[in-house]
Design a binder for this molecule. Structure first.
Ligand code: FAD
Length: 418
């Protein structure tokens, strides 16, 4: 297939990964980004996990029930912000339908393959660039304060091994042996050695630089407001900097992607899942690898001498506002697990927020729409947008280049909700 001009809408980790892979295949790329060169987005302040261990989609059995129980607790890690919005309730209904063991089981091999393929691409990128984004391959340790939680995770570990990925169940002594420099108050944990982590803002900067070096053009402060189209083809994307004509259009605008394509008659269920992080410059103790406090959904990641704490998923929250009780929830959860840490270590840390783009079945939307011959989508990765960014870029670039995608895209079809 001949080289095309592709307009990529959105300059987060997913849009940039797609741009990079399209440029590698000889296409011309313009990135349409509503922010400036220093813009913030969900891809910057996240926990940095590359997580093959997360092979269950967000729509896993039991989560919605737990969320409803947590509704009355302002510090809880999962929350649905109630508002009279049919899109939100439609999303929740589909989420509930998708939250069955059979659906989670069917999605698990694909989730594994996406994460493992992406992990391999992170390794290649680190080797090619000198690893400025600090890829670390030390696995991830999930931690539990209750026997019940640990037993449930042991079942997950069993499934992980059945999928060909090692996982080791540890008691409190085993946790101490793996993390001798950190004091933890836990019943035990599970070690997933294939997991890895990076420093996300430096990963984003590395991708931006590569895209620039390969001739990609950034159109900054250009908010996409709609499309010009005729006879089933998109002709141009309308932006606050004027219309951009192209041969192909890829929407990778994170949580805002669905609103962009809605006027084209595409009703894609997508909700923001707001989360927060705080980065501690001088922690009293430093773990060697990411610690995931699974029962309270707090991710703790060492990133080159600093320690990041991330958590909370506020479904349906479109704003970037910091909600102090949720921040308190993250801090209290961390303090309960890490006795060497004190409130004052968190004092003065500036909380960051980001909107995860969440599909109801927990699987991303990757690929072309049927209704528009030159329009594609890459979003909906929820808590795995960094982890799956590179493989998403490859899959999109393969499809737009007329190649057979290296993984089956059927479950990721952006038209799957009609
Ligand atoms: C607290 C927290 C922790 C997380 N931890 C992890 C983790 O450890 N591992 C992991 O894999 N994932 C994690 N995630 C999820 C991950 O950050 C996201 O899935 C990922 O960043 C989504 O990337 P994206 O490129 O799709 O969206 P974004 O990064 O949001 O980028 C979208 C871009 O589109 C632009 N845009 C939006 N609308 C328009 C428009 N109309 N016109 C032009 N441009 C537009 C935005 O300005 C933005 O730059 C975490 C998220 C949070 C909140």
């Amino acid at each position: 297939m001949s080289a095309r001009h592709v307009a990529v809408i959105g300059g987060g980790a997913v849009g940039l990964s797609c741009a990079d892979q399209l440029l590698v295949r000889g296409h011309r790329v313009t990135i349409v980004e509503r922010g400036g060169p220093e813009h913030d987005c969900c891809s910057l302040g996240n926990a940095g996990y590359i997580s093959p261990s997360h092979f269950l989609p967000l729509a896993a059995p039991g989560l919605l029930g737990r969320a409803i129980r947590w509704m009355g607790d302002p510090e809880s890690p999962f929350y649905v912000r109630p508002r009279p919005d049919p899109a939100l309730y439609g999303w929740m209904w589909r989420f509930w339908l998708a939250s069955t063991p059979a659906r989670a089981h069917a999605a698990a091999p694909l989730m594994r393959d996406l994460n493992l393929a992406s992990r391999a691409m992170f390794e290649e990128l680190a080797a090619e660039t000198g690893n400025p984004f600090s890829l670390e391959r030390r696995g991830c340790l999930t931690l539990f304060q209750t026997r019940k939680g640990l037993d449930q995770e042991a079942a997950h570990a069993e499934r992980s091994r059945a999928l060909g990925m090692p996982a080791e169940v540890l008691d409190a002594r085993g946790v101490k042996a793996l993390e001798p420099d950190v004091t933890v108050d836990v019943e035990g944990g599970v070690f997933y050695p294939l997991d890895a982590h990076v420093t996300p803002d430096r990963f984003h900067a590395t991708l931006s630089q590569r895209v620039r070096d390969r001739g990609g053009v950034f159109l900054w402060n250009a908010e996409s407001r709609g499309f010009r189209q005729d006879s089933g083809r998109i002709r141009a994307v309308q932006t606050t900097q004027g219309d951009i004509a192209a041969d192909e259009f890829l929407v990778a605008a994170g949580a805002h992607s669905a609103a962009l394509v809605a006027p084209l008659g595409l009703g894609l269920p997508l909700q923001p899942g707001k989360g927060y992080s705080m980065t501690m410059p001088a922690p009293p103790e430093m773990p060697a690898r990411p610690l995931l406090l699974q029962e309270v959904r707090v991710a703790i990641t060492p990133m080159d001498g600093v320690l990041r704490f991330g958590g909370t998923l506020e479904l349906g929250a479109w704003d970037a506002e910091i909600n102090p009780p949720r921040i308190r929830g993250i801090v209290r959860s961390a303090l309960r697990h890490l006795p060497a840490f004190r409130e004052e270590h968190f004092r003065g840390l500036r909380p960051w927020s980001g909107l995860r783009p969440c599909s109801p079945d927990g699987l991303p939307y990757v690929g072309r729409f049927r209704r528009w011959e030159n329009l594609s989508m890459a979003t909906g990765h929820a808590m795995m947008g960094l982890s799956m960014s590179l493989i998403t870029g490859r899959l999109v670039a393969e499809q737009l280049s007329g190649e057979r995608p290296s993984l089956d895209l059927t479950l990721l079809d952006p038209d799957r909700y009609g």
